[in-house]
Design a protein around this ligand. Structure first.
Ligand code: GAP
Length: 515
């Protein structure tokens, strides 16, 4: 746990030092749970957006994009259920005066039990060596079974209480499990209360209920209210999807853990409209494809796991999370939700407009069912950054900090470094920049020794460093250094484009996702 905390701390300070993420309005001591993306962060974030957009929109002929407004008619949020049901159950500790999400306290407790199980399995692995049968161990070891049973009981009680909105039941579970406040260490808890997460403001000069508008808590509703506009203007046939990237806002009470949980964040969402009755087939389809999308980045397959929702949102008939092993442990990265026809039907009722599709094959009109994929852009950013961040002990006993960001997402694809600042080397380096910059974001750096410059590029994740020396002037060759292996190779300028293309082009990463 301590090591995890340190890793997150190291990541936060590295992100700030190298221009990835800054606390918002820092000169005024910052604003809680709000962050700004710096010069490197903005590049990385844009590349993540592109990876998503290209694979979701460009690679699917039946998915199109949308960019809807953040403000929407207030009835939207009444219809979607957010005014009445977008709540978090909150509990305060009377001694520390700290406020917590009751469900998160319970989930953290469950995670601790899970970690106990994993420790037991590791002990078993060490004890039995080569002959260790993990599957058998998990179903026979008494400690594993006892903790597994505890987890199942807690999950059952928690699901029951949350589904029935039985807040006293949620509190009792916290008391029965003897969960203590991480700050005060006491079990002196208040009642559990529901708290709506939407930010509201007033439109124009009229005060009162009629002018209350909300900052959207999800981008999805902008897609639902435009369902017919897009379907008709784009002549879309079911099944089809509408994708959108944009800001969302939630008044998160427990907003901690850097950019993992923010009050202003970005979502990349896609609503896939299908025939009623076919939603589970598409739910499985999107679960698989989205997992493939994540793993395709090569951050490590073992960093992902699924988590089926115990308590379904008010709109869903099936839902799961793709979780990622962040520095704080496994947490939700993306949600896949089968949202039924809930949203479109609600909007039909509240607007009085029909939101239906005439299916020529069935010769009938219906309200489509929806399968949604929703990934947080900032969480994707944190996932990439945390998997990429490595401190390496080198053979000469020095250490280097390197960001092994997937090359296609790296802020710069290459750095062009003249060995010295004279003899025509800077001019030659700038010629090389001109030959690459239309295709790739590249950086020029002539300050400090070449070793220091390599370290700087490692720290911002640049996959290639290209050194221009006196020989370059004679035979048009350069040294190209690989960020990850630190191997250096002499190649001709003609080969340069191709070497970068092989590792850092969109083609190199999107190929595996073509359906
Ligand atoms: N439209 C469905 C929806 O909004 P969600 O599970 O509440 O579902 C989807 O959110 C994704 O948005 C999450 O998986 C997470 O990646 C991201 N997200 C949600 N709340 C967030 C927050 N406060 N800060 C950063 N990302 C958040």
């Amino acid at each position: 746990m301590e090591a995890q905390k340190d890793r997150l701390k190291d990541l936060i300070s590295h992100a700030k030092e190298y221009g990835f993420v800054f606390p918002s309005s820092e000169i005024y001591d910052g604003l809680a749970a709000t962050y700004d993306y710096g010069q490197m962060g903005a590049e990385l974030k844009n590349n993540i957006k592109l990876y998503w957009w290209k694979s979701m929109v460009q690679l699917h002929e039946n998915i199109v994009g949308l960019d809807s407004a953040i403000f929407m008619h207030p009835t939207t949020w009444k219809a979607s259920g957010h005014v009445d049901a977008f709540n978090d159950p909150l509990i305060d500790n009377k001694d520390s005066k700290k406020r917590y999400r009751a469900d998160v306290l319970l989930e953290d407790h469950i995670e601790k039990l899970r970690q106990k199980i994993e420790k037991e399995v590791e002990k078993g692995r060490k004890r039995f060596g080569e002959s260790f049968d993990e599957v058998q161990f998990r179903v026979t070891n008494p400690n594993v079974l006892r903790n597994q049973e505890k987890i199942e009981n807690i999950e059952k009680r928690m699901k029951n209480a949350l589904e029935k909105n039985d807040l006293e039941g949620v509190r009792q579970l916290i008391i029965d499990l003897e969960i203590v406040c991480p700050i005060s260490g006491s079990k002196n808890w208040t009642e559990v209360r529901q708290f709506n997460l939407m930010f509201s403001t007033e439109l124009g000069s009229v005060a009162g209920d009629a002018s209350t508008v909300y900052l959207r808590p999800e981008t999805a509703q902008g897609i639902f209210v435009n369902f017919l506009n897009v379907q008709k203007s784009g002549r879309m046939k079911i099944p089809f999807g509408i994708a959108q990237i944009g800001k969302a806002f939630r008044n998160e009470i427990v907003a901690r853990q850097f950019i993992f949980r923010m009050r202003e964040f970005e979502q990349m969402e896609m609503q896939f409209f299908v025939r009623p009755g076919e939603e589970m087939k598409w739910y499985e389809f999107w679960k698989n494809l989205r997992t493939k999308w994540h793993k395709n980045l090569g951050l490590g397959d073992e960093l992902y796991r699924f988590h089926d929702h115990l308590k379904l949102a008010h709109y869903a008939n099936a839902a799961c999370d793709i979780e990622f092993n962040f520095p704080m442990g496994f947490k939700e990265l993306e949600g896949i939700h089968s949202r039924t026809d809930f949203d479109l039907k609600q909007h039909e009722q509240h607007s009085g407009r029909k939101l239906q599709f005439f299916d020529p094959e069935l010769n009938q009109s219906y309200v489509p069912f929806v399968v949604e994929t929703s990934v947080g852009l900032d969480r994707m950013f944190l996932a990439v950054l945390s998997a990429a961040y490595q401190e390496e002990q080198l053979e000469d006993n020095t250490t280097r900090v390197v960001l092994k960001i997937p090359p296609v997402l790296a802020p710069y694809k290459a750095a062009i470094l003249p060995l010295v600042k004279k003899d025509g080397l800077p001019e030659k380096a700038k010629e090389i920049i001109s030959s690459l910059q239309l295709e790739y974001n590249v950086q020029y750096d002539e300050k400090d020794s070449i070793g220091k410059r390599y370290r700087r590029q490692d720290a911002i994740g640049t996959p290639f460093s290209i050194t221009v020396d006196h020989q370059t002037l004679e035979d048009n060759t350069v040294t190209i250094r690989d960020r990850d292996t630190m191997d250096q190779e002499r190649i001709t300028l003609d080969q340069l484009q191709n070497v970068i293309y092989q590792k850092a082009s969109w083609t190199s990463v999107l190929g595996a996702l073509v359906q």
